[in-house]
Structures are given as structure tokens and as C-alpha cells.
Design a protein around this ligand. Structure first.
Ligand SMILES: NC(=O)c1ccc[n+]([C@@H]2O[C@H](COP(=O)([O-])OP(=O)(O)OC[C@H]3O[C@@H](n4cnc5c(N)ncnc54)[C@H](OP(=O)(O)O)[C@@H]3O)[C@@H](O)[C@H]2O)c1
Length: 255
């Protein structure tokens, strides 16, 4: 397929590389910043542009990968008649693209993407189209990039996006808070890396609920008290520890 990418951030960069590596052609990269457009375009042998009027009108697929709140504004500027256009957001309706073209959809990468990635992880895709034919076409395109592709409407995609925030952004936030906690006490956070990796990898072998360990799961109230005492000087972490311990207790009381 001949593809035009609109955006030059994390998602646009990773997608451009995946699309190029899969044997498709990235014709153009558009960004509101010409330098950003060119920086990405040169990596995938495309042309960088910063004016919508320079958009190549002959591409097979136009991918909007800009920040969520800029999607409607950008979509409103595009008039692509019957050309296929998608966005890449988890929580933005497919229908924001209905004024841009008669054929539109979504290709949502269910992965944490950063432009600095050198080795690309597996990227599952949730795809949607405004007709069954468009959904099937986008499904096939996504299958050329990944072996994990599912159809998902706005509601399912939003639900899955929320799930992604829980397992990715929230756990990472706990890592960030723990990094600070370790630094303040001159503890070596890197010693926790094998534990983090082991617990995450275990999930491929069973259910998270069956894998839970730790004081709250065991009902070890003495240890919890000692930990809370240690956190008395940090109200935020103290309350978070208490809340999460209570959530674990509650879950296993129900079982
Ligand atoms: N990163 C992820 O892990 C991930 C995963 C799945 C889906 N997504 C989705 O992918 C989309 C892009 O996210 P991202 O992570 O790639 O964001 P990002 O790295 O922050 O990049 C945002 C891009 O949007 C452009 N932009 C911002 N405001 C704009 C405006 N008013 N008009 C035009 N362009 C504007 C930026 O342009 P400049 O270069 O000029 O600043 C940049 O190219 C979002 O819809 C997001 O929900 C992201």
C-alpha cells in the first residue's frame, strides 16, 4: 500500500518504520513542523511536508497519528473524497473522520510506543472501519504489520484502552514512585528489575489473580503495619500502599 502519515511523534514514527519494513511505501510524512516531518520522512525514504495543500492525493491510506485532541481539528481540514483514512487513538470515536472521507476507520496499536525504540516489540492492533469492506481491508493491512489483529468498535476499543492504562501506565507509575522511594533511601532500584520482569512474564503462564503473593494476600497484618510505619513520612505513598493492600484483601475475601 502507499501510505501518508500525518504526525511525527511516537506512534507515527513506530508505525512508519513498521509499514516501511513490511514492504509498503510511505509516500509522505506530514507534521505542522517541517523539521519534524523531514526527520521522520528521511528514515523511511518519504517526503516531509508541513502544508496540508501539499498532501499527495493518490495514496491508498492516510494515517492520522497526532495527539488525541488535535485529531478532530486536523480531520476537519482534510477532504479526501473516497480515500481511506484512519486514526490511531484508543479513546477517540471512529466518526470524527466522517467529514474527511467516505471511507474511514481506526488502526489502534495496543502497545506503549516510543520513537526511541530500536527493537520493536510485538504490536497487537484493534481495527475498525465504517463499512464491513473497509474493516476487512484494514484488518488485512494490520495483519501485514502484526500477527495479532482484532476487529473492535468504538466501545470495545475504549474499554481496551482503559485496560491498557491500568496494566501499563498505572504499573509504570508505581515503578516511578518506587524509584523515588529507593533513591531517597539510597536503595538500589535495579535490584528489583529481575522481580519486575519475573512477575510480568508469569502472566503468560496463568491468571494474575492466581499469581498474587505478598503480605496483603497472606493476611500478614504485622508486616503491613511495619511497612505503613516506614511510610509515615510520605503521606501519598502511605495512602496508596494502604489502598492497594485493602484492594488485595477485598479481592481474596470475595473468593
Ligand atoms: N504512544 C503510544 O504508546 C500510543 C499507543 C497507541 C495509540 N496512540 C495514539 O497515537 C496518537 C499519537 O500519539 P503519540 O504517542 O504519537 O503522541 P506524541 O508522541 O506526543 O506525538 C504527537 C504528535 O501530534 C502532533 N500534534 C500535537 N498537537 C497538534 C496539533 N494541534 N495539530 C497538529 N499536530 C499536532 C505533534 O506534532 P509536533 O511534532 O509538531 O509536535 C506530534 O507529531 C494519539 O491518538 C494516541 O492516543 C499512542
Amino acid at each position: 500500500m502507499n501510505v501518508v502519515l500525518l504526525g511525527s511523534g511516537n506512534t507515527a514514527t513506530v508505525l512508519a518504520k513498521m509499514i516501511h519494513a513490511a514492504g509498503h511505501t510511505v509516500l509522505q510524512v506530514w507534521s505542522r513542523d517541517q523539521l519534524h516531518a523531514e526527520e521522520l520522512a528521511t528514515q523511511v525514504h518519504a517526503t516531509g511536508i508541513s502544508s496540508i495543500t501539499d498532501l499527495n492525493k493518490e495514496a491508498d491510506l492516510y494515517i492520522i497519528a497526532v495527539t488525541d485532541k488535535a485529531i478532530p481539528e486536523l480531520a476537519a481540514k482534510l477532504r479526501l473524497e473516497r480515500k481511506l483514512i484512519v486514526h490511531t487513538a484508543g479513546s477517540v470515536s471512529r466518526d470524527v473522520l466522517q467529514t474527511s472521507s467516505a471511507n474511514y476507520g481506526v488502526i489502534y496499536p495496543l502497545q506503549s510506543l516510543r520513537k526511541s525504540m530500536t527493537i520493536l516489540p510485538p504490536v497487537p492492533f484493534l481495527v475498525d472501519g465504517n463499512t464491513d469492506d473497509i474493516a476487512a481491508l484494514l484488518h488485512d493491512f494490520a495483519l501485514s504489520l502484526s500477527d495479532k489483529v482484532q476487529l473492535a468498535n468504538d466501545e470495545t476499543r475504549l474499554q481496551m484502552h482503559l485496560a491498557a492504562v491500568m496494566v501499563s501506565n498505572f504499573t509504570n507509575h508505581l515503578y516511578a514512585l518506587t524509584e523515588d522511594y529507593c533513591r531517597d533511601r539510597s536503595l538500589d532500584f535495579a535490584l528489583l528489575h529481575p522481580l519486575i520482569i519475573e512477575v510480568a512474564c508469569r502472566l503468560t503462564q496463568g491468571n494474575a489473580v492466581d499469581m498474587q503473593t505478598g503480605p496483603a494476600r497472606r493476611g500478614d497484618e504485622e508486616t503491613i503495619k511495619k511497612h505503613l510505619l516506614l511510610l509515615e513520612i510520605d503521606e501519598h505513598l502511605h495512602d496508596l500502599y494502604k489502598e492497594l493492600s485493602e484492594s488485595i484483601r477485598k479481592l481474596y475475601r470475595k473468593k
